[in-house]
Write a protein that binds this ligand. Sequence first.
Ligand SMILES: NC(=O)c1ccc[n+]([C@@H]2O[C@H](COP(=O)([O-])OP(=O)(O)OC[C@H]3O[C@@H](n4cnc5c(N)ncnc54)[C@H](OP(=O)(O)O)[C@@H]3O)[C@@H](O)[C@H]2O)c1
Length: 292
Amino acid sequence: MITGADGQVGFELRRALASRGDVVAYGRAECDLENEANIRVALRATRPAIIFNAAAYTAVDRAESEAARAGAVNGIAPGVMARWAADNDCVMIHYSTDYVFDGEKDSPYVETDSTNPQSVYGKSKLQGEEAVRAAGGQHLILRTSWVYGHHGHNFLKTILRLASERETLRIVADQVGAPTSAALIAKTTARIADKILTESAGSGVYHLTAQGSTSWYDYACYIVDRATARGFGGLLPTDKIEPISTNDYPTPAKRPLNSRLNCAKLMDCFDLPLSPWQDGVEEVIGLLAATN
Ligand SMILES: NC(=O)c1ccc[n+]([C@@H]2O[C@H](COP(=O)([O-])OP(=O)(O)OC[C@H]3O[C@@H](n4cnc5c(N)ncnc54)[C@H](OP(=O)(O)O)[C@@H]3O)[C@@H](O)[C@H]2O)c1
C-alpha cells in the first residue's frame, strides 16, 4: 500500500513496484492522513504486507503557520500506520528528511548523529520517526534530501522556468546537500522491499540520497548548463546566476546549511549502489526535453 501516490516519490513508487506484486496506491482523496479513521479504513480494506508512506506535508515554509496540520500528517499519522503494521505482521517503510538535523555539523550526517530540527516541518518529521519506532513493529525510516523528479513541483523545474523568464537569478550558495531524484528513491526502496520480503532485514533508520553534494547555486548552474546542452532554448547564461548567502534570502522556516547525509549504512546493509546526483538530473532533464 502506497500513500501519497500523487507526490513525487509516490508517483515513482507506483512505477517501481508495479511489476512486483499487488500494489494499492492511495492519493489524498482515498487516504487522508489528517483523518485517523480514514487511515484505519484504508488499512483494513487493503491489509498490506508493506506500507510505503510517501505522503507528507512538505510545504516547509507554510508549516511554520500550520503546525497542527503538519503535525497531524507528518507526526501523528505515521504512528497510526506503524501501530497497525506492528499488530498485523506488516512492514512500515517511512520517509524522512535531512531537516531533522540542524546543519551545524561540518561533515555528512550519519544515522546515529543527534537530531535537532530547526523548523516546524523538521520537528513534525522527527515526531513521525519517533512514532514509527515506538510502534515496535518491523520498520524502515529512509531519510532523504532535496527531492526532485519529472513529476511534481521541485527546484529543478522551478529553475528551468525562471531561467526562461528572468534575466538574472540569485541563488543561495552556502547550503549544501545532495539533490536526489524520486526515481532513485523509488528504485532503491523497491530493491529494499525485495530483500525484506525474502531475507530478514533489521528495523532502523537509513540515509538514502544520491551520492556527492553540491550547493543550491551550483545545482542551478548545472541544471541550466545541461538543459541548454539538451536543447532547451532561451535559458539565461549561467554567469547571470548570482551566488548569495542564506542571510540574503530570508525564509519563514530555517534550513540546515549542511544537509549532507552519509549513506554507507544503507549501501552496506542492502548491498545497493547509489548513483551520483548528476545522473538523476541528467535523466530528468532528458525526460523533460522529450516533452519540451
Ligand atoms: N521534497 C523534498 O525535497 C524532500 C526532502 C527530504 C525528504 N522528503 C520526504 O520525502 C517524502 C516524499 O516527499 P515528496 O517530495 O514526494 O513530497 P510531495 O511531492 O510533496 O508529495 C507528498 C504527497 O503527500 C500528499 N499529502 C499531503 N497531505 C496529505 C494528507 N493529509 N493526506 C494524504 N496525502 C497527503 C500530497 O498531496 P497533495 O498534492 O494533495 O498535497 C502529495 O501528493 C516525504 O516524507 C518528505 O517529507 C522530501
